[in-house]
Design a protein around this ligand. Structure first.
Ligand code: HEM
Length: 463
């Protein structure tokens, strides 16, 4: 049987993606661990593998995709055959924090994305660079020579500050710990439910459900506070909040309700700082471990002189950017992304049936020896422009790909580059641990404090 474009087999004739051979319990636990677990499933089942965790009426079959071609055929498509807004993960997240860009279906997503995109263009985010550089400078200035710091806590505080001052118009200082705890409780609850064949009813007051509800209330209260202060002070610079206040809901032709604005703000708090923070923490930890690489970053930033760094410096911080690319490869903050298949599709030569929850394993892809030499070695030179030539764009996906890729990629890269360079010219970082333990409540986080000793360098900044 041939398909409409003749020569390609029609979808029903394409074999169904093969079942993953790992034993049931291993499959269940590995599916919930989005970095190493998905890597193990890939190793056992190949680049397209079907993971059956229960009968179809109980939960959708899961398919794991870990080839560049497969990633493109899932994430890159624009024919409406896959949808993020309908995945089990999106349903659970929506219960927790309401509708937002990450979880709504395509029709609702498109006008919101169009309304917010202009804030996050490469050109526009340059306007936030002053905040980013000043915040990194102030943070590292507080570190005393010989002190031990937790890089994870430091970087989370820094990135939350940068996000809140740049686009939210508030200072969320002192609340990084509270926000992180709420995010972790909430996302763990949502991801656990999305990948378990049987769940308790929502109304049952278990410890996890109580924690998730409290997390949701904390985040929504913070969002309401942000919106309230922007409404009260019309002069306050808060581009994201203002864009949401001006956006029109296509369903009603009216401005978004306060509830809808707050739901979106919660997403930006979730998606917009912990991710960048992990990338920065991993980069700093790696450079504190491979000190010869830290010297190379220092040499690069020292050549720029002793003044505040600006976006125009980024082209001269090529190695610093390579370090961040390598950190995002080794430890992608979004280790996996999901879509629901709405009608049968062919992915890398295998058929995925409608109703399948397809997961693209970004961490597994970034660590596959078929695409990367010595993938567990931290080697920023693999991102040297010469060596990148000819590399498949779909084998490296820290910010996802296709229409629903990250909106904050330019923001994150500018912030992380300025922060890394600014911190390293002020202090020398010596990592005290020889590994970077991670957990994946949803995004990748540091599972333990990331301890480092810092030694200040002599630096006199000119205004
Ligand atoms: C290193 C930092 C970051 C990483 C690795 C990252 C990664 C990602 C990935 C992989 C996606 C796509 C998810 C999917 O395909 O299902 C995504 C979506 C998203 N990210 Fe990021 N992100 C980062 C920083 C940010 C920042 C700084 C912001 C906002 C200021 C942000 C806001 C969002 C939003 C709103 C979405 C949903 C976009 C949409 O569907 O239109 N992210 N991010």
């Amino acid at each position: 049987m041939l398909g409409p474009d003749r020569g390609t087999p029609a979808i029903p004739a394409v074999p169904l993606a093969p079942k993953n051979p790992l034993p049931y319990r291993q499959r269940l636990t590995a599916t919930r661990r989005f970095d190493t677990g998905l890597q193990a499933l890939k190793k056992a089942g190949g680049p397209v593998t079907r993971i059956v965790l229960g009968p179809r009426w109980l939960m959708p079959p899961v398919a794991l995709i870990t080839s560049p071609q497969g990633a493109r055929q899932v994430l890159g498509r624009t024919d409406g055959a896959v949808e993020r807004g309908l995945t089990p993960m999106s349903w659970e997240l929506r219960r927790l924090v309401g509708d937002n860009l990450l979880v709504v279906a395509h029709r609702e997503w498109l006008p919101r994305r169009r309304a917010l995109q202009p804030i996050f263009t490469k050109q526009n985010v340059r306007g936030f660079a002053g905040h980013m550089a000043d915040i990194a400078e102030a943070s590292s200035r507080r570190w005393r020579t010989g002190a031990e710091v937790d890089l994870d806590v430091q970087c989370r505080t820094l990135t939350l500050r940068a996000l809140s001052r740049s686009v939210l118009g508030v200072d969320l200082d002192g609340r990084a710990g509270k926000i992180a705890a709420a995010m972790r409780a909430g996302t763990t609850w949502a991801a656990d439910r999305a990948l378990r064949p049987v769940n308790l009813p929502y109304w049952l007051p278990t410890g996890a459900q109580r924690r998730a509800r409290a997390a949701s209330a904390t985040l929504r209260d913070l969002a309401a506070g942000i919106l309230g202060s922007c409404r009260a002070d019309q002069t306050r610079e808060a581009p994201l909040v203002r864009a949401l206040m001006e956006a029109i809901d296509p369903a009603t032709d009216q401005p978004l309700s306060d509830r809808a604005i707050c739901d979106e703000l919660v997403l930006f708090m979730l998606a917009g700082h912990d991710t960048t923070s992990v990338a920065l923490t991993y980069a700093l930890w790696s450079l504190g471990y491979h000190r010869h690489l830290q010297e190379r970053v220092l040499a690069e930033v020292s050549a720029l002189g002793e003044r505040r760094l600006v976006p125009e410096d980024v082209p001269r911080l090529g190695f610093t950017v390579q370090v961040l690319h390598e950190a995002l490869r080794m430890c992608p903050p979004a280790p996996a992304v999901g879509r629901l298949v709405l009608r049968d599709i062919v992915v890398d030569g295998w058929r995925l049936e409608a109703g399948t929850f397809v997961i693209v394993g970004i961490h597994a892809l970034h660590h596959d020896p078929a695409y990367w030499d010595d993938p567990s070695n931290f080697d920023p030179d693999r991102f040297d422009p010469q060596r990148c030539r000819g590399r498949d764009r779909w084998q490296y996906l820290p910010f996802g790909g296709g229409p629903r890729a990250c909106i904050g990629d330019h923001f994150a890269m500018l912030e992380a580059t300025l922060a890394l360079a600014t911190i390293l010219r002020r202090v020398e970082v010596i990592s005290l641990g020889d590994s970077f333990p991670t957990a994946t409540p949803l995004t990748t986080i540091a599972a333990t404090p990331i301890r480092a000793r810092v030694r200040t360098r002599r630096l006199t900044l000119t205004p």
